[in-house]
Design a protein around this ligand. Structure first.
Ligand code: FRU
Length: 479
């Protein structure tokens, strides 16, 4: 694994030429995704500023250009008309002011009067490497975010330095804009700060800390908080860090949600049940809900396939990370259901009998136990192995793949479903997403099969259809 100095990680990108050769070699990699958004070079992490405006979806992601390493973060911009085909638009936000000199960190977007506004964390560090996180804003002008001259507000000194990832939204009832900020208290507990303002670009004041009964001590930092109303249920998402959670092996980074009710008078989110994992897989973090989704009964999320502090085999090729497929979220019988978009069906090229590096698998299961082992050797050994037993849930084990990674974090995880009836699985060159029982649970993982691992085995008590999928994400060099 390459060692990066701070200078190398935080080098400013002066011109596209500096990464052109890197892009040329990376674009030949067998693990480049075909229908998932991925970085042209370097590292992509959190999705940012995900919004719909006048027929176009805008999405940004945290981007370090130089290699698969967390360093100086840019917002890289992609757009789509249908959430399926994506086009590279180049850098959206450059870390080029005093307030964001060491990175434009995560944030969100909002539409007002047909204009698009972005809210992000300016990661300032001084010469002693001490951090000041500023909450900054920008407005989309001629397709590019243009920054406001001054930040909206700075950090509070009654919290630790971890105060970032503004999620902006408007509350009709209160006729008020709100910003949720992921934060850490001085005694190192994860929490959400709430700011409010009548105006979008001025007058922001601290309203208080979000109360979430039962979650006063749940992880050391809540990254990327997000809130939305789906029908008459509120959903709160966040990524608690620095803690282990039951059933999640050694991982200390998670992405959970609570369903419940948000009360803006008391700043209380009252959950109506236990927290749940947005995704039961190995590599899923910092999910963001799209803003300005026209249908009040659904929400759309996208997330980073990857985790902080983890390492992936394509690091050697100087890139890593990808976005998940966008997912539709609905509440059915009080439960969250996550499904791929219906429009994904348009990517089906033809039915095939073998596995391919870009395919979709549909499985109907009708038994108390079931096995599906993908990307095995010709003799059926190895691969990423799924085993279901009624009453015990679904276990997914990636120890059998030739290219193993993040072994210490855990390579076997269980999805707690009562009964398995169906699977819809999306395979792209370096990722796999299992949608279980029509979206009751989802499991996302990176994987890097070798040419010898293009086989599968399945128990004979299920039916399987495989579709080869066409590519839908452009891999053009746009900086
Ligand atoms: C989450 C995160 C955010 C931060 C960003 C920096 O992965 O740590 O809290 O804004 O990444 O890239």
């Amino acid at each position: 694994m390459k060692e990066w100095s701070r200078e190398e990680r935080y080098k400013v990108l002066e011109s596209a030429d500096q990464i052109k050769d890197l892009y040329e070699s990376i674009s030949k990699s067998v693990y480049r995704q075909a229908y998932h958004v991925q970085p042209i070079t370097g590292l992509s992490s959190d999705p940012n500023g995900f919004t719909y405006l006048n027929g176009t979806w805008h999405l940004f992601y945290q981007w370090t250009p130089w290699g698969a390493v967390h360093g100086l973060k840019y917002w890289y911009h992609v757009t789509s008309k249908d959430l399926i085909s994506w086009k590279n638009e180049g850098v959206g936000l450059h870390p080029d002011t005093i307030y964001d000199n060491k990175g434009c960190h995560s944030g969100s977007a909002i539409c007002k009067d047909d204009e698009l506004y972005f809210f992000y964390t300016g990661n300032h560090r001084n010469e002693n490497w001490e951090r000041t996180p500023w909450t900054c804003a920008a407005k989309l002008v001629d397709g590019k975010p243009v920054k406001l001259e001054k930040p909206l507000f700075g950090p509070r000194d009654d919290y630790s330095e971890h105060q970032r990832d503004p999620k902006v939204f408007y509350n009709e009832e209160k006729q008020m804009y709100y910003i949720f900020i992921g934060a850490q208290t001085l005694d190192l507990k994860g929490c959400v700060q709430v700011y409010k303002s009548k105006d979008l670009l001025s007058g922001w004041e601290f309203a208080g800390q979000l109360k979430v009964p039962g979650y006063e001590s749940f992880g050391g930092m809540w990254e990327c908080p997000c809130i939305e109303r789906i029908g008459d249920t509120d959903i709160l998402l966040f990524s608690p860090q620095y803690t282990k959670l039951p059933g999640r092996s050694e991982s200390t980074n998670h992405n959970v949600y609570l369903l419940g009710k948000m009360d803006f008078d008391t700043l209380t989110f009252t959950p109506n049940g236990e927290y749940k994992h947005l995704d039961y897989g190995f590599d899923f973090y910092a999910a963001q809900l799209a803003s300005n989704v026209q249908d009040k009964d659904k929400a759309i999320i996208i997330s980073w396939i990857g985790l902080p502090d983890n390492h992936y085999p394509t690091e050697e090729e100087d890139y890593e990370g990808s976005m998940t497929l966008p997912r539709e979220l609905r509440i059915v019988d009080g439960k969250l259901i996550q499904t791929p978009l219906q429009e994904m069906e348009a990517l089906r090229k033809k039915e095939i009998k073998e596995l391919s590096r870009q395919c979709e698998l549909l499985v109907d299961v009708n038994d108390a136990s079931f096995d599906l082992n993908l990307f095995t050797k010709e003799n059926g050994e190895g691969g990423i192995r799924l085993h279901y037993e009624e009453g015990k849930g679904i276990e997914i084990d990636r120890t059998g793949l030739d290219k193993r990674f993040n072994e210490k974090v855990g390579e076997v995880l269980t999805v707690p479903v009562e009964k398995l009836t169906s699977l819809q699985i999306f395979v792209d060159h370096s990722s796999i997403e299992y949608f279980i029982n029509g979206g009751e649970a989802v499991f996302t993982s990176h994987m890097y099969p070798t040419q010898e691992e293009m086989h599968y085995t399945m128990s004979d008590n299920a039916s399987l259809t495989i579709y080869e999928l066409t590519s839908s994400v452009s891999d053009d060099f746009v900086v």
